[in-house]
Each structure stands twice: as C-alpha cells, then as structure tokens.
Design a protein around this ligand. Structure first.
Ligand SMILES: *Cc1c(COP(=O)(O)O)cnc(C)c1O
Length: 407
C-alpha cells in the first residue's frame, strides 16, 4: 500500500478488510469493550480508549499518506498539539513560530506560565532563526507552514537540518496543506500534526486531530501517552473522517484551482491593495512553495483598500461565502482575522503578524469558480457605491472583537 500513489492510498486503504461479510467499506465498531479469546488471551482490541478498528484504519491511512511509521487519532486538533507537549519536561525548551495557530500559541504559553516547559518564540520564516535554534538548544522545534493568516512559508528542510545538528525533534502542523500537498517527514520532520477538522475531513462536520510519527518508537511513545491521558478520537468521528479523507486529493485539486483563480482575480482588482497566496509569482516565497509543496492550497488572504468600514461592508455583502471561522470544508468561508480568529492578540502583536483591519482570509471552496468571482465583484461594487452597511466604529461593527472562539 505504501508503494501506491497518495490518491490511491486515500481511496483504498482499509477497503475490503472485513473478514466476516466482505463489506467493502470498513464497518463501524462502536463497542467500548472486546471479549478475551480465552483466559489470559487478549484479542487485537480490549478497550475502546486504548484501541478501536475505525480509529486504527484512519491512523494507518494517514501514516501512509504522510510517509510516517505510525499514526495516532485524537479527539480534536488541539489534543493532537497537546499530545506532543507530553514529550517535554519542565526544563526542556520548545521553539515555536511567532505566528503559529492561535490555539496552539495559547496552549504553549499557558503551559510555560505553569512552569511545565520553557518557550522560545522565533520568526522561523527568517534564516537568522536557524542559527538561534543552535544556541537555544531546544528539545523540540514547532513548524507551521504556510502560516495563518498571511501564508508565510517556513523552509522545512532548513529548520529540520538546524534542529538535527543539536539533536532536537521537529514537529510540523500540516493542517493548512494536508498530506495531499505537503509531506514534512520527507524534509526531515519527526512528527506531523493535523487538525483533521479542516481539509482531511473536509466537510465541516467533524472535529478531530491526528499525529504521525516518523519512527515506530516515537509513535509508540505518543500512542502510549494518548491512551494514558485519554484523548483518543471517537469511532464514529474516525469513520466519518475516513469517509472525508477518501476524496482528499480530488477536493484539493478543485480547492487550489479555485484558489488560484480567486487570487489572480484579487491581484488585478482595483479594490485590493495586497494579495497573499503562495501560488502567485508575486509571493515572496513562491520558489520555496514550489520546492517543498505539491500544490499551493486553498487559502487566500488579501487586504481590501480602505479601512474597517470597507471590510465590514464587503464581508456582509457576499452571498456565496459564509462569514465564519475555520477552513478546509467544501463550502467557501470568509473571515476577518482582526475581529475573529486573531481577536485575542494584543493589537501591536496582531499588526506585527500582518493582521490589520483590512485583512480578509478566504477558505476557497469547490463551488463553480465563476460564481465565486461574480460574488466577490458584486460585493466590491457595493462597497464602492457605499450601499453597504459598514461603519468605522468597531463597536457597531457586526463582528464584535469579543468573538474569540479560537482563543
Ligand atoms: C484548527 C487548527 C488547529 C486546532 O484544531 P481543532 O480541531 O480546532 O482543535 C490547529 N492547528 C491549525 C493550523 C488549525 O487550523
């Protein structure tokens, strides 16, 4: 199976494994407990927290797709992130990027405040940070590329090489591209983390996470911890997530075809001051994207010309894009990071991360792309005509800064 191409693995792994009835799709096992075959003789499974066939099929499929030795399925993306921190002792240092996912940032800084680990925050998109890793001597380096929301890239091989020099482990959050478009283990990463809530499930109806280790030993240690702290994913969630995963490659193809068209449209639009998409030649790290990614993904961000009022007017004039956090579902979602996903950040830190009042992030779906482009155009025109109901006053803005779901 691991010799097959990724789209074949995603479709075929675990198919026709049912010995009883020859069910083509793996049956759903909800039982929390399994009988012993005989006195002192356990079967493959004994208890649902420790092991479940649906969870294992999903884990193995993802391990094959990432080129890893072992996968672990967790209840949420955040529990997958949390699982990795079990590898650290209180005097171990964790290096994280300054613009990592907000929930991860909150978890790491909370653990640091309680003295459970040491933290060093670096801008891993900058080559100077590779030297800093050598002097900080962390136990683990955390990578997230492309970053959220302005899609900056980290050179995975460069960071992994620096980490190897001092014997540090490297973990990469690969949620934004999915295993279809990026395999960090190929570039020297030890552990890949996913929020399967996003592209892997792909239908905005299951919250889940996954961890893939590059060696059986590391996988065993992480699986032990996942069972120990009780964060393994539910059977039905695993069943649904595997169903979503079957179409990952074909969905991603359409996501990125649409995303490129949206990015190109935005780049020539008179209403837009800046577009962020690694697939555009104008993206400063376009060459790195081509080197380490197998595609450019479905996320596009841009700055609308004007101010907060214009962002609000634009966002509330769209019909084909849902104003919502999260990403990776088949439907197009649009969000205003400054008041939504990144509202919990200090204003200055937010600006340093490139998240101003005019920044808008799109998770481009797989709809007919012309419908998406027409909708964007009519919304821009409404903003320009002043027909829309925007306001420069953040308080009367429909999305209140108190909306901090991801924080
Ligand atoms: C959503 C997300 C997470 C957290 O996953 P949940 O499934 O929401 O717990 C972690 N990392 C990234 C990059 C994400 O987008």
């Amino acid at each position: 199976m691991s010799q097959s191409k990724k789209s074949t693995i995603a479709v075929r792994y675990g198919i026709e494994a049912d010995k009883h009835h020859g069910a083509v799709v793996p049956p759903l096992y909800l039982s929390t407990t399994y009988s012993f075959a005989d006195f002192d003789t356990k079967r493959a499974y004994d208890y649902g927290r420790s092991g479940n066939p649906n969870r294992d099929t999903l884990a193995q499929t993802l391990a094959h797709l990432e080129g890893g030795a072992r996968g672990i399925i967790t209840a949420t993306g955040m529990s997958a992130v949390h699982l990795i921190t079990q590898l650290l002792n209180h005097d171990d240092t964790l290096v994280i990027p300054h613009d990592c996912y907000g929930g991860s940032y909150r978890l790491f800084t909370s653990l640091q405040k309680r003295g459970l680990l040491k933290l060093a925050v670096l801008d891993l998109t900058q080559p100077q940070s590779y030297k800093k890793i050598l002097t900080i001597k962390p136990k683990l380096v955390w990578i997230e590329t492309p970053s959220n929301p302005i899609l900056r890239l980290t050179d995975i091989a460069a960071v992994a090489n620096a980490a190897k020099e001092i014997g540090a482990l490297v973990a990469a959050d690969n949620t934004f591209l999915s295993p279809a478009l990026q395999n960090p283990i190929k570039f020297g990463v030890d552990i890949v983390v996913h929020s399967t809530t996003k592209y892997i499930n792909g239908h905005s109806d299951v919250v889940g996470g996954a961890v893939i280790a590059n060696t059986a030993e590391l996988g065993e240690e992480l699986a032990w911890w996942a069972n120990n702290i009780g964060i393994t994913g539910a059977p039905f969630d695993s069943y649904l997530t595997l169903r979503g995963l079957r179409t990952l490659n074909v969905r991603l193809k359409q996501h990125q075809e649409n995303a490129l068209a949206v990015a190109q449209y935005l780049e020539q639009s008179p209403y837009v001051s800046q577009v962020y998409y690694p697939g555009l030649e104008s993206h400063p790290q376009h060459a790195l994207a081509k080197q380490q990614q197998e595609g450019f993904g479905g996320m596009v961000s841009f700055d609308i010309k004007g101010g907060l009022k214009d962002s609000a007017a634009f966002l509330t004039s769209l019909k084909q894009f849902s104003l919502a956090e999260s990403l990776g579902g088949v439907e197009s979602l649009i969000c205003h990071p400054a008041t939504m996903t990144h509202a919990g950040m200090e204003p200055q830190a937010r600006l340093d991360a490139g998240v101003g009042d005019t920044l808008i992030r799109i998770s481009v779906g797989i709809e007919d792309v012309q419908d998406l482009l027409d909708d964007l155009e009519q919304a821009f025109k409404k903003v320009q005509q002043g027909n829309a109901n925007g306001s420069d006053d953040a308080k009367s803005f429909k999305l209140t800064p108190a909306h901090t779901a991801l924080w």
